[in-house]
Design a protein around this ligand. Structure first.
Ligand SMILES: C[S@@+](CC[C@H](N)C(=O)[O-])C[C@H]1O[C@@H](n2cnc3c(N)ncnc32)[C@H](O)[C@@H]1O
Length: 330
């Protein structure tokens, strides 16, 4: 049971389960009797479905939208098929404006976005990551006013700055370092082996559990002092050092499916730092449902939204029939 794994007593769980009963409740939480921790996988356009969620109900959002202009999933509501990168960013802003009132005041967003190179359909330099589903998008000419063929577009930063301009606090750019990236046939630049995960918050103050994702100490705790004479270490150093902003995590794939998925370790870190047991975690681009399954493992309730019927079915199977078979990407 998750509460035993987390060394939480039943009483502690009661304390953390403070959610009101919502219209999403389909099964009552056996610990608190108030809400369910069963993941909820919803099919539809994220913008529309998010509107049906309860206000101030979500503690944290962990998600990865489709790459811009890489794949055509054949649905007019799909994200990623916008004619320009600015429109892609604007569409994300539009979705996150719908999410804002659903997020608690101390809520956060962990947003993983992949980059790509300018030119038609990602074939002048390739996509830098792993979204391998759908057909190659040949409709979008990935150049623009200031973007020449072969330029790295900087998609994550265009989106991050647009969100910041829309009022989100841009708190951290975490580098997801991939030790086994997809090989690229390039001879004139290094092989791309990272993506970004942005930590954004709704307000200046927000929930963040630094202890939940501390890293092991490899050297003795710092004895340095700041100008005020305070020791430059936050919290109890015996618990490890504050998480660094580079996370090395091998990408995973689901066997025989060609679907790009989060390696579970990635949403795990975001969920642990961004929420408490009993909280609700949202993934508006849930794909195969990884975020929701990891949330369940950690005693949180996951809500996933997925546009594609095929992906939705896959997520239901993996989540409720439990047959996940992951393999390294490369
Ligand atoms: C990069 S994948 C997410 C993969 C996911 N992190 C996982 O672990 O399986 C992005 C997903 O967004 C979905 N998507 C695209 N447009 C959408 C929309 N308007 N609403 C909801 N989902 C959408 C795509 O079908 C795709 O499954």
């Amino acid at each position: 049971m998750w509460y035993q794994r987390d060394n939480l007593t039943r009483e502690a769980v009661y304390e953390t389960c403070t959610l009101e009963q919502t219209h999403h409740v389909s099964e009552v939480c056996s610990f608190c009797g108030a809400h369910t921790l069963k993941p909820e996988l919803l099919q539809g356009d994220a913008v529309e479905v998010v509107r049906t969620l309860d206000d101030s109900s979500i503690q944290t959002v962990v998600t990865s939208p489709p790459y811009w202009a890489l794949r055509d999933y054949g649905d007019e509501n799909q994200f990623g098929a916008e004619p320009t990168v600015e429109e892609y960013a604007a569409n994300l802003v539009r979705l996150f404006e719908e999410i804002k009132p659903k997020l608690k005041d101390d809520g956060t967003v962990w947003l993983n976005i992949g980059d790509s190179y300018a030119g038609f359909s990602g074939n002048t330099g390739g996509a830098t990551g792993s979204d391998r589903r759908g057909t190659r998008n040949t409709k979008v000419n990935k150049t623009g006013a200031n973007i020449k063929a072969r330029d790295l577009i900087g998609v994550p930063w265009v989106a991050a700055f647009a969100l910041r301009e829309a009022g989100w606090y841009l708190r951290c750019d975490i580098v997801w370092h991939k030790p086994n990236p997809i090989p690229e046939s390039v001879r004139n630049r290094p092989t791309r082996s990272h993506e970004f995960i942005f930590l954004l918050s709704k307000n200046q103050q927000y929930y963040y559990d630094m202890d939940a994702i501390r890293e092991p100490l490899i050297s003795k705790p710092s004895k340095k002092y700041n100008k005020k004479g305070e020791r430059m270490i936050v919290g109890d150093p015996t618990k490890g050092k504050n998480s660094r902003d580079v996370w090395t995590i091998a990408p995973k794939a689901i066997r025989n499916s060609h679907i790009a998925v989060f390696p579970p370790e990635l949403p795990k870190k975001c969920i642990l730092a961004g929420s408490k047991p009993g909280d609700i975690v949202l993934d508006p681009f849930s794909g195969s449902g990884t975020t929701c399954r990891v949330a369940r493992e950690l005693g949180r309730k996951g809500i996933g939204i997925e546009l594609s019927e095929d992906y939705h079915k896959l997520a239901m199977e993996l989540t409720f029939q439990g047959n996940t078979s992951l393999e390294d990407f490369s």
